[in-house]
Design a protein around this ligand. Structure first.
Ligand SMILES: [Zn+2]
Length: 261
């Protein structure tokens, strides 16, 4: 493990560029653009209240320190400039977001709404008619925990990937992934939706695995690799869509059940 500052700088630059590109693309959609205008107007009114400024400032500083430390002192040890197939990058993005989202859900459900942290989390739930700014109106402890969880997920995926490439038989990894996939899809139609969410993570990790030998022989195996990769991306996308639909159904259930009668 060595400090590769060029790979670290490239990672930082690609995060900045992709974020800007994503924002630009998202606000091409008229409905999203209208929501941004509404949020801006609401946020301006809220910022006239003195309570917002100190909390937002604290969270901005904490975020900058944590992300700065990650990009300066952690990421360059893990990043490298070796070529990665596009489908692998896509699957990694979906996998990181799903793993992070799953654990953030557990953290929010059982810690923030648990007995110990409820008073800390209450700050965030002061908003009765939330606008964009209220997403950042949280206690600094929550910012630290959320950011650490996200960065930990990214690092966790790297560690899992290092372990998976050690397994010589790629077929074995796919068979394990298939077992997880069947179990996850079976659980999806059971009343215990959380089993599906728990199993979907190892499923995607297994399907996104590929050996270092395959990267080295990409020239020879390009066609095979592209087809297998494309199928895996399709499976991962299908699982992600299923997950999103399920999460959406659960959200509606929570909203409906929390409305006082
Ligand atoms: Zn909450």
């Amino acid at each position: 493990m060595n400090y590769d500052w060029q790979a670290g700088a490239a990672l930082f630059a690609s995060v900045v560029v992709l974020t800007m590109l994503g924002r630009w693309l998202a606000f091409r959609i008229p409905a999203v653009q209208r929501m941004r205008e509404w949020n801006r107007q609401e946020d301006e009114q809220r910022l006239t209240k003195p309570k917002y400024h100190p909390i937002l400032k604290q969270n901005r500083i904490i975020g900058m320190v944590l992300y700065g430390a990650f990009f300066l002192f952690v990421a360059p040890f893990f990043a490298n400039l070796q070529p990665v197939p596009l489908w692998k990058a896509v699957v990694d993005i979906v996998a990181v977001l799903m793993v992070y989202d799953f654990f953030y859900y557990l953290m929010h459900r059982f810690l923030f709404h648990g007995p110990v942290m409820l008073k800390i989390h209450a700050l965030h739930h002061q908003a009765r008619d939330p606008s964009h700014i209220d997403s950042a109106y949280v206690h600094p402890v929550e910012t630290v925990m959320g950011t650490a969880l996200f960065l930990g997920t990214v690092l966790g995926m790297v560690v899992v990937w290092v372990i998976v490439v050690e397994i010589q038989s790629l077929t074995l990894v796919y068979v394990i992934g298939l077992v997880f996939c069947v179990a996850a899809l079976t659980a999806k139609f059971s009343p215990h939706y959380w089993i599906y969410m728990a199993l979907i993570t190892p499923t995607i990790v297994c399907f996104s695995a590929f050996s270092s030998a395959q990267v080295a022989n990409l020239g020879e195996q390009r066609l095979e690799d592209t087809i297998v990769g494309a199928v895996r991306v399709l499976i991962a996308m299908g699982l992600a869509v299923g997950y999103a639909r399920l999460a959406g159904r659960f959200d509606r259930h929570v909203v409906a059940s929390s409305v006082p009668i």
